[in-house]
Design a binder for this molecule. Structure first.
Ligand code: XMP
Length: 522
């Protein structure tokens, strides 16, 4: 098994050397939003390796360490001696100052949160940035240490009430540094500052667009695949769909896509995937209705981890059977995204839930991986999907767990309970869409609980199921807050669920955030 990473410089680009800040990924995202390609590299990456790929600028990220502590990460001093501009952010600024003979001190007063920064020079880094009402510009600070004396040759170009050196510059050497975080949304003009650095100071052409990416990626996939055959597992989600569409653009008939319907999909989902891909791919698209096979395995199973493991394993079996029928396949397409690439290799978090997706496949199959999205963020993948002509329903699809509705049914799986879960999920989706909130709310669904409760219909006592509605807002899936949906909307959902779905006698709204809860119930 091998992994394909695009190491070819796709255009003018900026390297971010990552010292472990919470916000490092955001630096790359903000720079890419200015249409300049940007990659995050661990601070253990040798400078020579980075320079061999000819970046036009280097950013030193923030990080949790203090520069004087014994284990503080350092970087090759030669980074300051090149003709390539360097921007230090927070820890990156302190490291630059210390390395070049300045002085770093612990702040008497720790600065955290929104801070007004006075701009002392508007020449290059702060050019085009506007004076905000109230003076200066609002910036997000999160630091203990700060630069007390700049290194020789540096000018002070911004200050705050608490720290006299909020930004510094050595114009001659192309060295810049800011104490605040331009990459976070709480620094409203931060993107403009990063653009000034990448485009004006480093001279990057803003040519990183998804249409340019398609041309480059197609050429790269063709070169790699040659005349070999490729297989893709389609889940119906945006990542696997976009990856398959891109590979198809590159190698056409050499790609076969397999969609396995495990029977726990949302209403209309299999039909939509089948319609989209059979039109695009004709005979090279196979849809397998394995719902009976999965139900035989899952019938009566209640334990969440057992459900996940059984579905994951059965998925592999079905997929292997199909691959065997197809004969000689060399590559397997996988929709791995850039955040997964960045995160792999960092300390592993404990397993909260066994995630099932097509990621489980290659370990068991002797195939090389083709991961054409491994340099892209989710918003770029969506844009790419639109450019490749995928329908908006697929491109904007909200996250959905690999085991599907099986983990939205508490207690035993039966065909009747799957039907109920599908119906209640469809009502929640429909109402959110009708309220025009489908792009605003990050994820929304319904859970069929295993609690029953007493109700009354006409003069009759009922004893039906309780359904929980879940709607959350999140930046990523690591944390989430329950969405403050309008009462009228909740009211409509509840009455439709109780009127239209047989056997449901109660609807509740889940107001747990993550952590300590998770987004899905199982
Ligand atoms: P939790 O429930 O862990 O979910 O807070 C975080 C996000 O991941 C989705 N999810 C999954 N995605 N396979 C997936 O591809 C899975 O097995 C799986 N389980 C949960 C969930 O919908 C949420 O967006």
């Amino acid at each position: 098994m091998s992994t394909s990473a695009s190491t070819r410089p796709l255009s003018d680009w900026i390297a971010v050397i990552d010292f472990g800040a919470q916000y490092s990924q955001l630096i790359a995202r903000r720079i890419r939003e200015c249409h300049v390609y940007c990659e995050l590299l661990p601070h253990t990456t040798p400078l020579s390796e980075i320079l061999a790929r000819r970046p036009k600028g280097i950013i030193l990220s923030g990080g949790p360490a203090s520069v004087y502590s014994p284990n503080a990460p350092r970087y090759d001093m030669a980074v300051y001696e090149r003709s390539i501009p360097v921007l230090g952010i927070c820890y990156g600024m302190q490291l630059m100052a210390m390395s070049l003979g300045g002085k770093v001190a612990s702040a008497e007063k720790r600065e955290y949160g929104r801070t007004r920064v006075s701009i002392l020079d508007r020449e290059d880094l702060f050019a085009t940035l506007e004076e905000e009402p109230g003076g200066g510009m609002v910036c997000w600070m999160s630091h203990g240490d700060h630069v007390e004396a700049p290194p020789p040759g540096f000018d002070i170009i911004a200050a705050t009430e608490n720290i006299p050196i909020a930004a510094m510059r050595n114009k001659e050497k192309g060295l810049y540094a800011v104490q605040f975080h331009p990459e976070v949304v709480h620094t409203p003009q931060g993107s403009a500052l990063l653009r000034n650095f990448a485009v004006d100071i480093c001279g990057c052409r803003p040519s990183w667009t998804m249409s340019n990416f398609i041309d480059l990626a197609v050429a790269e996939i063709r070169e790699k695949v040659g005349s070999d055959m490729v297989l893709a597992a389609l889940s119906g989600g945006v990542d696997s769909s976009v990856a398959a569409a891109l590979v198809q653009r590159a190698v056409g008939d050499q790609l076969t896509c397999v969609f396995v319907n495990h029977g726990f999909m949302r209403a209309g989902e299999p039909e939509q995937v089948i319609a989209t891909f059979s039109k695009r791919m004709g005979a090279n698209f196979r849809a397998i209705d394995a719902s009976k096979r999965f139900m035989d395995k899952l019938y009566g199973v209640s334990d969440p981890e057992t459900k996940r493991k059984l579905i994951g394993e059965e998925f592999i079996r079905v997929f292997e059977d199909e691959a065997k029928k197809l004969g000689k396949i060399k590559y397997l397409v996988q929709g791995t995204l850039y955040p997964d690439v960045i995160e792999s290799g960092t300390a592993l978090a404990s397993v909260i839930k066994s995630h099932h997706n097509v990621g489980g496949l290659p370990e068991r199959m002797d195939l090389d991986l083709l991961e054409p999205l491994r340099n892209l963020f989710k918003d770029e993948v969506r844009e790419l999907g639109l450019q490749l002509g995928l329908p908006p329903e697929i491109v904007w699809r909200q996250p959905f767990p690999g085991p599907g509705l099986a983990v939205r049914i508490m207690g035993p799986i039966t065909p009747e309970r799957v039907k109920t879960a599908r119906e209640v999920n469809a009502i929640v989706t429909d109402e959110i869409e009708q309220a025009g909130l489908d792009k605003e709310v990050w994820q929304y669904f319904a859970v069929l609980t295993d609690t029953r409760s007493v109700g009354v219909v006409g003069d009759e006592r009922t004893y039906g199921h309780a359904v929980a509605i879940r709607a959350v807002n999140a930046q990523d899936a690591m944390t989430a807050d329950w969405a403050r949906l309008p009462y009228e909307l909740l009211d409509r959902m509840a009455s439709r669920i109780m009127n239209e779905v047989a056997g449901v006698s109660r609807v509740v709204y889940d107001i747990s955030s993550k952590p300590p809860a998770t987004i899905e119930w199982e």
